[in-house]
Design a protein around this ligand. Structure first.
Ligand SMILES: [Zn+2]
Length: 178
């Protein structure tokens, strides 16, 4: 790696550390000519990962779009941006391990739902109400009921009522299909 200070192309790695849950590697380097220390990041680069939409159209995969959809579902919830970035990393990682260049849009939506279910019930119900296109109150209630049953099975604290209250409050809608 070329030294940003003197331009010499000879350095030594002092430290390598996995960051963002292993999605990237941060390296601390020192120039062997002038001693300048600098940092590099290494991450997997995918070229033109595509999303296959329901109607068959292909669209370039956008991490930003996926992240925005999740951020909007997590609005005013106690979830840090860093946590969301980590969740997005994990979703992409999972999708990449299951698909080659083309990811069905539905697989992305399902992956987001699975992650949000573990992350925050309110965010989950908000996302589900858009993604699953609830057509009436009954569908919505049955989703919340299913969530509550999962809670009970897992022995977790009941949170579905809070989820229902927050999800029925007006909030900006996540984009369809994240
Ligand atoms: Zn140097």
């Amino acid at each position: 790696m070329r030294c940003p200070s003197c331009g010499e192309d000879d350095d030594k790695v002092l430290e390598s550390r996995a960051v963002r849950g292993g999605a990237a590697i941060r390296r601390r380097r020192t120039c062997l000519r002038c001693g300048h220390r600098f940092t590099t990041y290494e991450e997997v680069l995918r070229d033109s990962l595509m999303v296959a939409k329901r109607d068959g159209r292909l669209e370039e995969f956008s991490r930003a779009k996926l992240e925005n959809g999740i951020q909007r579902s997590c609005l005013k919830r106690p979830i840090s941006m860093q946590r969301i970035a980590y969740v997005v990393d994990r979703i992409i990682e999972g999708l990449e391990s299951r698909y080659e260049m083309e990811i069905p849009a539905q697989a992305i939506g399902d992956a987001v739902m699975a992650e949000l279910l573990r992350l925050d019930e309110v965010a989950y119900v908000r996302y589900a109400s858009i993604y699953r296109h609830f057509e009436n109150l009954e569908q919505f209630v049955s989703e919340v009921r299913a969530l509550r049953e999962r809670d009970r099975a897992a022995g977790a604290e009941p949170g579905a009522e809070e989820a229902a209250a927050a999800a029925t409050a007006p909030s900006p809608a996540p984009e369809e299909e994240a």
